[in-house]
Design a binder for this molecule. Structure first.
Ligand SMILES: Cc1cc2nc3c(=O)[nH]c(=O)nc-3n(C[C@H](O)[C@H](O)[C@H](O)COP(=O)(O)OP(=O)(O)OC[C@H]3O[C@@H](n4cnc5c(N)ncnc54)[C@H](O)[C@@H]3O)c2cc1C
Length: 496
C-alpha cells in the first residue's frame, strides 16, 4: 500500500478530530469544515461500513414513534426528510407506502387513519405527499396478491427512500472538498492526554500499512455508533455503558412483491416492519433484538431471516416466498441511548455530551436526523448557534448535465442516480478510455468506469467497499458473479 498518512496527519494541530466515519461523523466533518475548522476524521474500516449502510434506507419521520408520543422527534425528522429530499434528490426520493389493516389488528383502522393524519399535520409545509384512507378494494388494487381475509381497509402515506452508504460517502467527499483530512482503515487506539488529563488528540494506527501516529486536536468527537461503549472505555476503563445495542436484520428478496412499499404489523409480536420495492427486488426488515456481543461480529441469524419471511408471507400468501429466493441479508446495530425496557420502545432521540476528559460523544439518533445532529454537535464544539438554513447540498448536488458520450440512456440515467452531477466525472473517464464504458456484468447497468472512479476518487480500498458501498451491487441478484470478479481484478491492479 502506497499511502503515507503520517505526512498528512502529523504536520498540524487540528481544531477537530472525529473518530468514526459513519453518517454522524461524516456530517460533523462536513459542517465543521464548512464553518472553517481544520478537521481530521479517522474510520477504522470503510465509511458507512457500520450501521450507516445497514439501515432500512428510509429518510422518514417514523410513523411508529407517534404511538410512543415522540412528537418532537417525528416533527424534527419530517423537516430533515424534506431538507434532504430537496438538497440531495439523486439519493433521497419520495416513496408511497400502504398499510393494510385487518380485523383484530392491535392498531385498528381508526388509529392508523389518525396516525397518518397527525404525521402530515406534523410535516406542515414539509409534507411530501398527502395521506389517504383506503377501502379494502383500494388496498387490493394497490397490492394485488395481498391477503383478503379479514382486510378492513388501509391507509396510504409518503416518506422517502435513500441510498444510505452513498449519502454518507457524499458527506465525506464534501468535507474533503472543503479541506478536511480524512482516512478510512485507520483505527483510534487510545487518547492523547495532556498533564491536566484532558484529551488533546488520539493515537491511531493505519490498518493498511501498520503505520502508527498521533493526531493532535483541540477538540475530539467520538461518533463511533455501536462502538461508543468501547471508546468510552479507552478513555476511562471503568466507564459504564452509555448505549444499548439492538440488532436489526434485513433480507433482500429476489422478486418485487409489490410496486408500493408496505408497512406491515407482525402477527407474532405486533411490531411493525417494512417490505419495500428495491430495484428489481424487495427489501424486507427489520427485526429488533438486544445484542451484547462485539459490534465487530454482528450477523443475521437463521431465526431473524425466518421471522421476516414468515411474517411477510402471512400478508402475501400467493407470492409463495421461499428461502432460496433470498438474494442476501444484512444485520446492523442500533446505537441507542441507554434505557431499560422493550427494544422497540426505546427512543431514537440523540444525546451529545462531553465527558470529564473533554471528549464529545454523539449517541443515539436516526439516519434521518443526521444533519441536525451534526449541526448541534458543531454548535456545542464552537459554543455558538449556527444558522444553516434548509439547503444541505452535497458533493453531487450541483452541476450541469452534458450529452450521453455514446452511452445508452439507461446507463446515463443510472450514473446520475448514483452520483448526481458528479456523474460527469465518471463520464470524463469514459471519454479518455472508451473501454471503461463496458458493462461490469449483466446484473446491473454499472460500467467499469465506476470501479476506476471509486478507487481513484472515492477512497475505496477493497472489493467490498465497491460492491456494497460505492456501487451497491451486493444487493443485486447475480448468477454469474462476473461483476465481483472484474472489481476484484481492478482492486488487485490498484495495489500493485
Ligand atoms: C437495522 C437498522 C435499520 C435502521 N433504519 C433506519 C432508517 O431506515 N432510517 C433512519 O433514519 N435510521 C435508521 N437506522 C438508524 C441509523 O442507521 C443510525 O442511527 C446511523 O446509521 C448511526 O450512524 P453512526 O454514524 O452513529 O454509526 P455508524 O454508521 O456505525 O458509524 C460509526 C463508525 O465508527 C467507526 N469506529 C468505531 N470504532 C472506531 C475506532 N476506534 N477508530 C476509528 N473508527 C471507529 C466504525 O467502524 C463505524 O463505521 C437504522 C438502524 C438499524 C440498525
Amino acid at each position: 500500500m502506497k499511502r503515507d498518512l503520517q505526512n498528512i496527519f502529523t504536520n498540524k494541530e487540528y481544531d477537530l478530530l472525529i473518530i468514526g466515519g459513519g453518517i454522524n461523523g461524516a456530517a460533523i466533518a462536513n459542517i465543521a469544515s464548512q464553518q472553517g475548522l481544520s478537521v481530521a476524521l479517522v474510520e477504522k474500516e470503510d465509511f458507512a461500513s457500520g450501521t450507516s449502510s445497514r439501515s432500512t434506507k428510509l429518510v422518514h419521520g417514523g410513523l411508529r414513534y407517534l404511538e410512543n408520543f415522540e412528537f418532537d422527534l417525528v416533527k424534527e425528522s419530517l423537516r430533515e426528510r424534506y431538507i434532504q429530499w430537496k438538497s440531495v434528490p439523486h439519493l433521497v426520493q419520495p416513496l408511497r407506502f400502504v398499510i393494510p389493516v385487518y380485523k383484530g389488528d392491535r392498531r385498528p383502522l381508526w388509529m392508523m387513519k389518525l396516525g397518518v393524519f397527525l404525521y402530515d399535520l406534523l410535516s406542515g409545509k414539509y409534507v411530501v405527499e398527502k395521506h389517504a384512507g383506503l377501502t379494502a378494494e383500494q388496498v387490493v388494487a394497490a397490492i394485488p396478491g395481498i391477503k383478503r381475509e379479514g382486510l378492513v381497509g388501509g391507509v396510504a402515506y409518503s416518506d422517502c427512500r435513500m441510498d444510505d452508504a452513498r449519502l454518507c460517502l457524499e458527506n465525506i467527499l464534501s468535507a474533503r472538498e472543503k479541506g478536511a483530512h480524512i482516512a478510512n482503515y485507520v483505527q483510534a487506539g487510545s487518547f492523547l492526554k495532556v498533564a491536566t488529563q484532558l484529551t488533546a488528540g488520539a493515537n491511531v494506527k493505519d490498518l493498511l500499512t501498520g503505520q502508527e501516529m498521533t493526531i493532535k486536536a483541540h477538540h475530539v468527537v467520538c461518533a463511533a455508533g455501536p462502538w461508543t461503549n468501547e471508546i468510552l472505555r479507552l478513555d476511562s476503563p471503568s466507564s459504564a455503558d452509555k448505549i444499548r445495542l439492538t440488532k436489526g436484520v434485513h433480507i433482500v428478496y429476489k422478486e418485487k412483491i409489490s410496486d408500493t412499499a408496505l408497512l406491515l404489523q407482525a402477527g407474532k409480536d405486533n411490531r411493525v416492519f417494512f417490505a419495500i420495492p428495491f430495484g428489481e427486488h424487495t427489501l424486507i426488515g427489520t427485526t429488533d433484538t438486544d445484542y451484547t456481543a462485539s459490534p465487530d461480529h454482528v450477523e443475521s441469524e437463521k431465526e431473524d431471516i425466518e421471522y421476516l419471511l414468515v411474517e411477510t408471507a402471512k400478508f402475501l400468501p400467493s407470492a409463495k416466498l421461499r428461502r432460496e429466493n433470498i438474494v442476501t441479508s444484512f444485520a446492523g446495530l442500533r446505537p441507542l441511548v441507554f434505557a431499560q425496557g422493550d427494544p422497540s420502545k426505546i427512543s431514537r432521540n440523540h444525546v451529545i455530551e462531553k465527558n470529564e476528559s473533554g471528549v464529545w460523544y454523539v449517541m443515539g439518533g436516526k439516519y434521518t436526523t443526521y444533519r441536525a445532529i451534526a449541526q448541534q454537535c458543531v454548535e456545542k464544539v464552537l459554543g455558538k448557534k449556527l444558522d444553516l438554513g434548509t439547503d444541505y447540498s452535497l458533493y453531487g448536488s450541483q452541476g450541469q448535465r452534458k450529452e450521453h458520450r455514446g452511452l445508452p440512456d439507461q446507463v446515463y440515467q443510472y450514473l446520475f442516480s448514483k452520483y448526481g452531477y458528479k456523474a460527469e466525472d465518471v463520464l470524463k473517464l469514459v471519454e479518455k478510455d472508451k473501454q471503461l464504458a463496458e458493462p461490469l456484468c449483466t446484473c446491473s447497468p454499472a460500467i467499469k468506469a465506476q470501479v476506476v472512479y471509486a478507487l481513484q476518487n472515492e477512497m475505496a480500498v477493497t472489493a467490498d467497499d465497491i460492491i456494497w458501498r460505492r456501487l451497491g451491487i451486493g444487493y443485486v441478484f447475480c448468477a454469474s458473479r462476473q461483476c465481483r470478479k472484474v472489481i476484484e481484478e481492478y482492486c488487485e491492479a490498484s495495489r500493485r
